[in-house]
Design a protein around this ligand. Structure first.
Ligand code: SF4
Length: 248
């Protein structure tokens, strides 16, 4: 069952559509979140519901709210959950508290192995943050997933190769490969507007998700998706999971 316990993200990645949800993090009272979990458990008792996904962009960001919520979940002790996370917000201590509270998986926005592209995305992380966070998750017994992005303007086949090597280093239990998509209102859309194909809203369905909306890319994103997926399943984690091609 999916839950949203807070909204907003203080980071400013250029591709993100967080202008809809804003840069100020607003957190629901812990009591309300726990009440909702208990209510869902009751309503869906026939399905033995005990596992949740928190769709919050800032769920694991350091805050007294996070610590209180993890404490309440640990006390209840019968729920498991997964969430999204930023690699630069991870510490061994936080992962240990999350694990005690029932966390089994965290999906991280890894995007790319290229420091040039990470800078251009204004992602605010480095490949070393990624390595460290994944290592800590493996040590703590939390399954780390990697949310990847392909088709950023200027991405090369060398960047894709570097991403494969990074995957081998960090051994994600899951990968999601998204195509960089210039949504109106994002800085990606503003900055690269001259590279965007003139696609109408009606035609957009023909592109989503297997073709890039950028012209003059040096790669075909559907081929790169297949290449990365095959590499991951054959060389990194044969028991891993690859989600269908998406967008970001
Ligand atoms: S991609 Fe994630 S970290 Fe970056 S702005 Fe969006 S929600 Fe925040």
């Amino acid at each position: 069952m999916h839950l949203i316990a807070s909204r907003g993200c203080a980071h400013q990645c250029d591709f993100c559509d967080n202008r809809m949800t804003g840069s100020t993090v607003r957190r629901r009272p812990v009591k309300h979140v726990i009440e909702e979990i208990l209510d869902l458990e009751k309503r869906f008792a026939a399905f033995d519901l005990h596992d949740f996904y928190f769709w919050d962009p800032s769920f694991l960001a350091q805050s007294p709210w996070r610590d209180d919520l993890l404490g309440e979940l640990a006390e209840l002790g019968r729920f498991t959950w997964a969430c999204d996370g930023r690699v630069d917000a991870v510490s061994g201590e936080m992962l240990s508290e999350a694990r005690k509270a029932g966390c089994h998986s965290i999906n991280f926005g890894v995007e790319t192995a290229s420091s040039r592209l990470l800078l251009d995305m204004r992602k605010g992380i480095t490949a070393n943050h990624v390595r460290e966070a994944f290592q800590l998750c493996h040590e703590e017994g939390i399954r780390p997933g990697a949310l990847l992005m392909i088709g950023w303007p200027g991405e090369t086949h060398d960047d894709v190769h570097a991403l494969k090597l990074l995957l081998k280093d960090i051994r994600p239990t899951f990968i999601n490969v998204a195509v960089a998509t210039p949504f109106p209102g994002t800085r990606l859309h503003e900055r690269y507007s001259e590279m965007i194909l003139p696609v109408s809203a009606e035609e957009y369905g023909d592109y989503f998700p297997e073709r890039s909306l950028f012209k003059s890319l040096s790669m075909d994103v559907a081929s790169v998706y297949r290449e990365l997926s095959a590499y991951y399943l054959q060389r990194v984690n044969p028991r891993g999971h690859v989600s269908p091609m998406g967008y970001c």
